[in-house]
Design a protein around this ligand. Structure first.
Ligand code: DOR
Length: 436
């Protein structure tokens, strides 16, 4: 007796869409093949649907502890599963920051039985915590070290070259970097104009991004360490990073692949403000060039919820960031339908590459004995994003009013259907991701 059969779906197996059934026993894939004659407690009919390995969002901010008015681990995970995301890497710029073992354990405790999706947490780097960073190898639920080279939301910052070096030298974990040059940001701060968010990308300019990224890559290569550059936004970084593969990997966000300056600021005002910023069409085009050529390694949403009342303040008093974990899949599936990338490329970016880069165990592929996490999608269904349907506590999306063709219709986590047709089912039973 199987626990669940997903029948008649087109399943993404070994790089191809294969029409087959999938049998699940406990939280594992136990059968792949024709299961017509098998009994099961539950059947999900995936006729006309595509069954993907569970998709991972490798950059989210769920704000707990500290800013739980904007989000918490429960609400963020609800947004994730409604958006077809089965696992997240959550960021340490909470209050207090997740930069010591006590706070890390606190986050794991807070997540237990409160998150619908699976999860891992980043350990925040500070100029002083190298001893803590030295023994993260066996820390349960830790995906890597997060280093803010330029300041953003929260107070985590490691901007001096010698301190960045110490962080890389001290850890065997991958270091994921918010890559903006703090000195350049400080010098250019005067260029911000009160009430004018169009000055945001002028302040946090291309030079601040590429200068920091060059420095990070230099340090990582010299020390033979792994660096993952988060939310790359400039053509200069795309050109530089595409020549530095191997130990250096990088992420692009759906926002930077969908919005351009100045239009987004004219339409959304400070709701389009994020770090690093949305830039003009020439950068957008080069980011797409990277995606087409498989230069970037991941897509992460940088889900960064902020309350509307704070976003409505006068720039630059406004916080940076926009939510995205719920819209990542529809936005990217729509891009596939419009011919900008292929489904197999998206699976690499959201499933296979995260597994390889971060060493996640038993995820990312539909294979016998792998974990039973699936994102089931309908490539023909058109949805309209509406603020009132946003599960995040912030209650808004930069894509409010956008129609997207292609959307997740079911999310299966650890063998259980947790979302069906937009409805959340059962209890939050996500578990920590495991790493090699
Ligand atoms: O715009 C951003 N907001 N960029 C980040 O790196 C941090 C994030 C946040 O936490 O609000």
């Amino acid at each position: 007796m199987l626990d669940l059969i997903i029948k008649n779906g087109s399943c993404f197996i070994e790089g191809n869409l294969v029409k087959t059934d999938i049998g699940i026993t406990k939280n594992k894939i136990s059968h792949i093949g024709n299961l017509e004659n098998e009994n099961s407690n539950k059947i999900y009919d995936a006729e006309n649907l595509i069954v993907l390995p569970g998709c991972l969002d490798t950059q989210v901010h769920f704000r707990e502890p500290g800013s739980t008015d904007a989000e918490d681990l429960n609400s963020g995970s609800r947004a994730a599963i409604v958006g077809g995301i089965t696992g997240v890497f959550e960021m340490p710029n909470t209050n207090p920051p997740t930069s010591n073992k006590k706070e890390f354990q606190n986050k794991l405790n807070l997540a237990k039985n409160r998150m619908y999706c699976n999860y891992a947490f980043y350990f925040g780097a500070t100029p002083e915590n190298q001893e803590e960073l030295a023994d993260l190898k066996s820390l349960e639920g830790c995906c890597g070290v997060k280093l803010f080279a330029g300041s953003s939301t929260g107070n985590l910052l490691v901007h001096k070259e010698e301190d960045i070096e110490k962080v890389f030298a001290s850890t065997s974990k991958i270091v994921s970097v918010h890559s903006e040059d703090e000195e350049i940001l400080n010098q250019r701060k005067k260029l911000r104009e009160k009430g004018n968010v169009l000055t945001h990308p002028i302040w946090r300019n291309e030079e601040s991004a590429i200068s920091s990224t060059r420095r990070i890559v230099k340090i990582a290569l010299r020390l033979n360490k792994k660096a993952h550059i988060l939310h790359v936004t400039t053509k200069e970084e795309v050109d530089f990073l595409s020549q530095n593969k191997g130990n250096i990997t990088f992420e692009i966000t759906p926002q930077h692949l969908t919005l351009t300056s100045p239009e987004c600021y004219e339409k959304l005002g400070t709701f389009a403000q994020m770090n690093p910023p949305i830039r003009d069409k020439s950068h957008y085009d080069r980011l797409w060039y990277a995606v087409r050529n498989n230069y970037n390694d991941t897509i992460g949403s940088d889900h960064a919820p902020h309350l509307k009342e704070n976003k409505l303040k006068d720039y630059p008093e406004t916080p940076s960031g926009m939510p995205g974990v719920q819209t990542l899949m529809p936005v990217m599936l729509n891009h596939i339908n419009e011919g900008r990338l292929k489904l197999e490329q998206l699976i690499k970016l959201l499933c296979e590459n995260p597994v390889k880069i971060f060493g996640i165990k038993n995820k990312g592929y539909i294979k016998k004995d792998y974990d039973a996490d699936f994102t089931i999608i309908d490539m023909n269904k058109v949805i309209e994003i509406k603020n009132e349907k946003i599960e995040s506590k912030c209650g808004w999306s930069p894509f409010n009013g956008h129609k997207f063709k292609g959307t997740p219709v079911a999310t299966i986590v650890n063998g259980k259907i947790k979302m069906k047709d937009g409805v959340i089912l059962g209890d939050p039973e996500g578990t920590p991701l495991q790493f090699d």
